[in-house]
Design a protein around this ligand. Structure first.
Ligand code: BTN
Length: 254
């Protein structure tokens, strides 16, 4: 069981199909929608991933949801907010869904046995000093087949847990654990969140990593996370480089 989410998911805007729940939530955010507003769609026709990738979003089998948040934090700390989506979802799957072993690949991919189960896309908008953001989460739930280009890379809860999942109950659990992690970040700071990130990390501290910065690929070993959620990469000369964005290309699995 889990406590019912108090603010996350209220109000709920539900659609049969949208191009992208993030796009709809950004529209609502710009027209002043309150923290907790959630956009949910059964299907997305132009679901978006990080780096403008396409997010496979067929109808009726998965979860596509975008939440509006207005955290009282400086813009430099907003990455921590998107990490709460990853830790909240991973905790919901472990503690409510009885699916331990969901790992977080920084910044916020959800993996099961090295394959991608879900992803998070956070998009911020500045508003007269008060930042606001949309955090979209996509989870492959009852999918059993993927397009050829995703074969071997993606998985679903059904394939991982061996049963059909109730998507409504899953959404309730994710929102409840996510809200708890978000509230803890705001009330007590990032320590517990960063511990949860490390505990569920897809790559153990000290493991070799390659990070793609877009115009450069860095190599080093994983040295943990900094206090605003940045990845710390220890380079060959021993110096530790904080990375606020980038994509892990190669890693050694635990
Ligand atoms: C990624 O791993 O690249 C992030 C994927 C995020 C997908 C979700 S699905 C709900 C929301 N709407 C979108 O268009 N994208 C996010």
């Amino acid at each position: 069981m889990f406590p019912a989410p108090r603010r996350f998911g209220k109000p709920l805007h539900r659609y049969d199909a949208l191009e992208s729940t993030n796009d709809k939530a950004l529209e609502l955010l710009e027209s002043g929608a309150a923290e907790g507003t959630l956009v949910l769609a059964e299907e997305q026709t132009r679901g978006r991933g990080r780096r403008d990738r396409f997010w496979h979003s067929p109808a009726g089998v998965s979860l596509y949801a975008s939440l509006i948040l207005r955290p009282p934090l400086p813009a430099s700390l907003l990455p921590l907010v998107s990490l709460t989506a990853a830790t909240g979802a991973a905790r919901a799957l472990a503690e409510w869904g009885q699916l331990p072993g969901v790992a977080i690949k920084w910044p916020n991919d959800l993996l099961f046995r090295g394959r991608k189960l879900g992803g998070i896309l956070a998009e911020a908008r500045g508003e007269a000093g008060a930042a606001a953001l949309v955090v979209g989460i996509g989870m492959n739930v009852n999918l059993v087949e993927f397009p050829a280009e995703m074969e071997g890379e993606a998985t679903s809860l059904r394939l991982s847990g061996g049963h059909v999942w109730d998507r409504e109950a899953l959404l309730g659990a994710i929102l409840a654990f996510w809200e708890a992690d978000y509230d803890r970040l705001l009330s007590s700071g990032p320590a517990t969140l960063l511990e949860a990130m490390l505990e569920r990390s897809a790559h153990p501290p000290g493991s070799p990593l390659q990070i793609d910065l877009g115009d450069e690929i860095l190599s080093g070993t994983f040295a943990g996370y900094g206090s605003s959620g940045e990845l710390l990469l220890q380079e060959a000369d021993g110096s530790v480089r904080p990375l606020h964005f980038g994509e892990i290309r190669r890693m050694r699995m635990p």
